[in-house]
Ligand binder design. Structure first.
Ligand SMILES: Nc1nc2c(ncn2[C@@H]2O[C@H](COP(=O)(O)OP(=O)(O)OP(=O)(O)O)[C@@H](O)[C@H]2O)c(=O)[nH]1
Ligand SMILES: [Mg+2]
Length: 476
């Protein structure tokens, strides 16, 4: 099997022109309906069962290998045929026979075993040290409502049941959980309002309030309401259909900055240098995002390097080095106080060019957009990259803390000018964030969202998919 690319979330097709490849995979990842999507609820259920069975088998298979995912192994490359990547130490011996049938019995047995031990040995064991890679330990998966929901979202995008991993399922659940509060507030009330047919003034005001509360922002809210009004004037839609229309509308808005379906997925090109410059205000999640991106990139077979260009705080270099170590990726830093970040970037590009690095991630110091000297420093970093790596594919990503809501957006324009932004990473969607901020971002900044973070763990970052996001935001 070809290598699983976690950026495109598909298996790499070797020797395909990259433009065509990304076009194709993007259609698959984002299209609202593809030929392959199941047609009926029964088909969805069958799909979910097949995916579940497959995941159980994957887990059983990796359980038999000596699991060493938590110990850094500088020699080991993730095997190309193993899309799962890191696995927690699964101490259970592999059972024989179909995993699907055995899963429940096994879980019961394990539970009984645990209970037994608790009686025999009432003294609580000292809690084991949780290793920093604890989030890599994959939990047992239940065939429950959450699984079914995730399966439906993946199937709805035309994904193949045998291609789906537990990580994707758990990630979708986490995203949905993060948007839980927003969704509860939105869906039922929206349904109640739009289900009444053409929107009267009162209804418009109610929807407006709902969207503004969800951080959608004034501009995007206006756009949504106008479109909804227009549609509901043409035809009275039952609530379910009105919500379905709203979903399409939101997806279109989220994908609009991408233009004519061009470059829907954000995949670093192989066999050439890609430089990703991460910028944003203090504490937005730049360094953490770099750690998570490195993890995805390594798992997808990229040759990576990190530039520690946050020379503002000594601890910043240590922090990014710790992240690098977790994925076994080298960090180029310049020891010494107050070194020029641009010179670190220069050194890192030199190193990247001589080593055939494919993805160079540049960590920068957090800065406020109103600090002119710091913004000038950022412009200089960007200029150095453009000059020193003219043949590289350069992306500048603004890392935005989603919990800041509209306040977070004020910074963007200045960053856009200093760093020539090409996209946004939305972090902390697991917390108090209201998901509507994603719509405000694309509407007000005109920039596509490229990744979303929902947690502090190494696995808690995913390429943005408007389909998944809108489902997590609006489905029951
Ligand atoms: N809950 C949650 N916390 C996050 C997420 N991303 C980052 N964080 C946390 O946010 C805090 C700041 O993250 P950093 O990565 O250090 O932020 P930064 O932008 O590099 O900060 P500076 O270098 O100081 O500008 C840390 O405690 C992270 O663990 C996320 O998606 N969810
Ligand atoms: Mg940082």
């Amino acid at each position: 099997m070809t290598e699983f690319n976690w950026f495109s979330r598909s298996h790499d097709t070797p020797a395909t022109p990259s433009a065509a490849a990304s076009q194709e995979s993007s259609t698959e990842a984002n299209a609202e309906a593809t030929g392959a999507a199941p047609a009926s609820p029964e088909d969805y259920l069958a799909w979910a069962k097949a995916a579940y069975q497959n995941i159980q088998q994957q887990q059983t298979a990796t359980g038999t290998e000596t699991a060493e995912a938590t110990a850094p192994d500088p020699e080991a490359e993730t095997p190309a045929s193993e899309p799962e990547g890191d696995k927690g130490p699964e101490a259970e011996p592999a059972p024989t026979g179909p995993a699907w049938l055995q899963a429940n019995a096994e879980r019961q047995a394990r539970l009984a075993q645990l209970q037994e031990t608790a009686i025999v040995e009432p003294e609580p064991e000292p809690a084991p040290m949780v290793p920093p890679t604890a989030s890599l330990v994959l939990p047992d998966v239940d065939f429950d409502e959450a699984f079914l929901w995730s399966a439906e979202v993946l199937a709805g995008q035309g994904r193949l049941a045998e291609d789906v991993s537990l990580e994707e399922i758990t990630w979708l659940n986490r995203l949905r959980q993060g948007l839980d509060k927003t969704r509860r507030g939105l869906v039922n009330q929206l349904k109640a309002i739009v289900g009444q047919g053409p929107l009267n003034d009162e209804a418009v005001m109610e929807i407006e309030a709902l969207l503004l509360q969800a951080d959608v922002g004034v501009e995007a809210t206006d756009t949504i309401i106008m479109a909804l009004q227009q549609r509901l004037r043409e035809e009275i839609l039952p609530p379910e259909q009105a919500i379905a229309y709203l979903k399409t509308l939101l997806r279109e808005m989220l994908d609009r900055p991408l233009g004519d379906a061009h470059n829907l997925t954000f995949v670093p090109d192989k066999d050439m240098l890609n430089v990703w410059l991460m910028v944003g205000v203090n504490g937005a999640g730049k360094t953490t995002t770099i750690g998570k991106l490195t993890h995805i990139a390594k798992k997808s077979g990229y040759n990576c390097l990190i530039a520690a260009a946050d020379t503002f705080r000594a601890a910043a270099v240590e922090q990014v080095k710790a992240w690098g170590a977790r994925s076994d990726v080298e960090v180029i830093a310049n020891p010494g106080n107050n070194t020029d970040p641009a010179s670190v970037v220069f050194d890192a590009i030199t190193a990247a060019q001589s080593r055939g690095t494919e993805l160079l991630l540049v960590d920068t110091a957090g800065r406020l957009q109103n600090k002119k000297n710091l913004m000038d420093e950022l412009s200089k970093v960007r200029r150095i990259i453009d000059k020193k790596a003219p043949d590289a594919r350069i992306e500048a990503l603004l890392v935005l803390d989603a919990t800041l809501g509209q306040n977070g957006l004020r910074q963007a324009q200045v960053f856009a000018e200093a760093a020539s932004l090409s996209g946004v990473v939305l972090t902390k969607l697991d917390g108090t964030a209201k998901g509507g901020i994603a719509l405000a971002v694309v509407q007000q900044l005109g920039l596509p969202i490229r990744f979303i973070g929902a947690g502090e763990g190494i696995e808690d970052l995913r390429p943005f998919s408007s389909y998944e996001f809108v489902e997590a935001l609006l489905s029951n």
